[in-house]
Write a protein that binds this ligand. Structure first.
Ligand SMILES: C[S@@+](CC[C@H](N)C(=O)[O-])C[C@H]1O[C@@H](n2cnc3c(N)ncnc32)[C@H](O)[C@@H]1O
Length: 170
């Protein structure tokens, strides 16, 4: 498969998983976290699909298209290991959807980062929240969900945190 084909498939999987997750969280009030603003493409997609949600983005630097740059008070700029600790204090159990789109060409380094930040995620995610990610997470309390139709396994990952119960969250 050419690099172009592979890129298109990955981006299609990303879009399809985000659309699927946006539908699955419709009864879960909460905010959205986007890990890896980059050019702002997936942020732009999320704000189009979820116009009523607050979306907070995380990146070590801002290099997004000007039209895809969030308001300053919705950006956490710096290393995720530092900014996530700060965000967790502000947004404990408030996140309904997390899109993780960090990345590096070094898969082992990336997996190390994911393992390092995993313990910080549990306290910020709502019960029944969705996680859409370009890399595997290994968190016992998260359920791995099947990919939406058309997305091949292991191209993009979907998880749900422990069950959502309307009465429990009152
Ligand atoms: C693949 S790009 C994100 C693409 C973006 N979602 C889009 O659709 O345009 C990955 C981004 O993650 C950021 N990043 C990678 N590792 C990071 C870390 N440890 N802390 C903060 N940001 C990081 C990079 O700076 C880069 O902008």
């Amino acid at each position: 498969m050419s690099k172009l084909e592979s890129f298109i498939r990955r981006m299609t999987a990303q879009r399809d998983c985000l659309n699927h997750a946006a539908g699955l969280i419709k009864d879960i009030p909460g905010i959205v976290f986007e890990f890896g603003l980059g050019n702002g493409r997936s942020y732009d997609h999320l704000r189009e699909k979820l116009p009523d949600r607050e979306i907070y983005v995380f990146d070590r630097r801002i290099a997004a298209f000007p039209s895809c740059t969030p308001p300053e008070d919705h950006m956490f700029i710096g290393e995720i290991t530092l900014t996530l600790t700060k965000a967790a204090k502000l947004f404990g159990k408030k996140v309904a959807l997390l899109h993780n789109d960090f990345g590096t060409s070094d898969h082992a380094e990336y997996q190390k980062l994911i393992n390092m930040i995993s313990p910080l995620l549990e306290p910020i995610m709502l019960p029944g929240a969705l996680i859409v990610s370009n890399i595997r997470f290994h968190i016992d309390t998260w359920e791995k969900l099947p990919e939406p139709s058309g997305v091949k396994p292991d191209r993009y990952y979907l998880y749900r945190t422990g069950a959502f119960c309307t009465e429990c969250s009152l």
